[in-house]
Design a protein around this ligand. Structure first.
Ligand SMILES: Nc1ncnc2c1ncn2[C@@H]1O[C@H](COP(=O)(O)OP(=O)(O)OP(=O)(O)O)[C@@H](O)[C@H]1O
Ligand SMILES: [Mg+2]
Length: 352
């Protein structure tokens, strides 16, 4: 398979400033999906890593590919971005086939890889200008766009500091700026928030939602349910190279049981607490054998449930050691969706 000629981070020169008014396509409004994947298959050395994947992202929407390590997320992104050829199925980006019209696809995408590559010694502005030049922008145009992107991602003040002094969040914002420098229709983000602190993560989330609001179609991968929940219009859960669940975040959460409340009391009072929590939440509770004193229950309304449970326990004279709301863990999600735990997801708990 021939290596694609473009650098792995973004497409060559695209159109200039995005014209909002020219964008008449609304999400799902009958227009062809900006990213359309049908029956995608890929094998490496005889091992199947994508086994008939179907995805669709309408223009101006965010599609999250959620899945544990090795699920096939990066492989999918690499195929959609023409860096890798599929072995079977169909992939179309902005109406162009990735195998037959790779150049047209590259002109319409921006890609921010899982392991981003910026020059550490250069400043943010220099990196962006160099990146624009690599994509055949003229010097003045590359500078103009670099400055616009620095402004947009709040990096203007730090623009000339070496990137090696940047925080994780600043780096990721710089990655996003690079991915957007050439005004792509479709932006592909491979784990855009992995390794970021909470503030960095919030920054990236805000940036991604803003892009979708401006009509860019975003396909991102993540291992975090919460991220998919916050960002995505549609979520596809990949596991072992197959889509094991897909839908809106709400549909997915309904399928995996929504939020949970955990209450920890003294072990000898657990049975009593379980009855109180069940009555307060109106849902069946669990008392995991390997977690002494823990009572856990699904809840519909987080804050109402928290208040009701704490009050009821207090009224019953039960001392609470710990109480918390949380999202289902990825492991719980996979258990519900696939009927078996995902080995790689076991460590990945998404904080409430
Ligand atoms: N070039 C390659 N050669 C052989 N195997 C590969 C290659 N690229 C990926 N794989 C395998 O394909 C499977 C899917 O990998 P992929 O990188 O797509 O997973 P992922 O969902 O992105 O995982 P992670 O969350 O770890 O990034 C893995 O088992 C991986 O080892
Ligand atoms: Mg990956």
């Amino acid at each position: 398979m021939a290596a694609p000629p473009t650098p792995p981070r973004a497409a060559p020169v695209g159109p200039t400033a995005r014209d909002q008014t020219a964008r008449d396509q609304t999400a799902g409004g009958g227009a062809e999906a900006a990213v359309l994947v049908r029956g995608l298959r890929k094998t490496f050395g005889g091992r199947t890593v994508l086994d008939g994947v179907d995805l669709a992202a309408p223009p101006g929407t965010v599609l999250a590919l959620l899945g544990p390590n090795g699920a096939g997320k990066t492989t999918t992104v690499r195929i959609v971005s023409t860096l890798l050829r599929p072995d079977g199925g169909e992939v179309r980006v902005a109406g162009h086939d990735v195998v037959r019209e790779p150049d047209a696809v590259r002109r319409r995408i921006g890609l921010v890889g899982q392991h981003a590559a910026v020059d550490e010694v250069l400043g943010a502005r220099q990196n962006l200008v160099m990146f624009g030049r690599l994509h055949h922008l003229g010097k003045a145009e590359a500078r103009r766009r670099a400055d616009a992107m620095l402004e947009r991602f709040g990096l203007t003040e730090a623009a000339d500091r070496p990137v090696q002094t940047f925080s994780g969040g600043m780096r990721r914002r710089l990655d996003l700026a690079a991915g957007l420098l050439v005004s792509p229709d479709v932006l592909l983000l491979d784990e855009p928030t992995t390794g970021l602190d909470p503030q960095g993560r919030l920054d990236v989330w805000a940036a991604v939602r803003g892009l979708a609001g401006q009509g860019v179609t975003v396909v991102l991968t993540t291992q975090h349910l919460e991220e998919a929940d916050r960002l995505a219009d549609q979520v596809c859960v990949l596991d072992g190279g197959r889509v094991v669940a897909s839908g809106t975040p709400d549909e997915l959460k309904a399928a995996i049981g929504g939020d949970r409340i955990d209450v920890v009391v003294a072990e000898d009072r657990r049975g009593e607490a379980a009855r109180v929590v069940a009555a307060a939440t109106g849902t069946p509770v669990q008392q995991p054998e390997d977690r002494p004193g823990l009572v856990t229950a699904p809840v519909a309304d987080r804050m109402a449930a928290l208040t009701a449970v704490v009050r009821a326990l207090d009224d019953a004279g039960l001392a609470v050691v710990d109480v918390g709301l949380r999202r289902p863990t990825l492991d719980e999600a996979y258990l519900r969706i696939t009927g078996r735990p995902a080995e790689a997801a076991q460590q990945t708990e998404v904080a409430a």
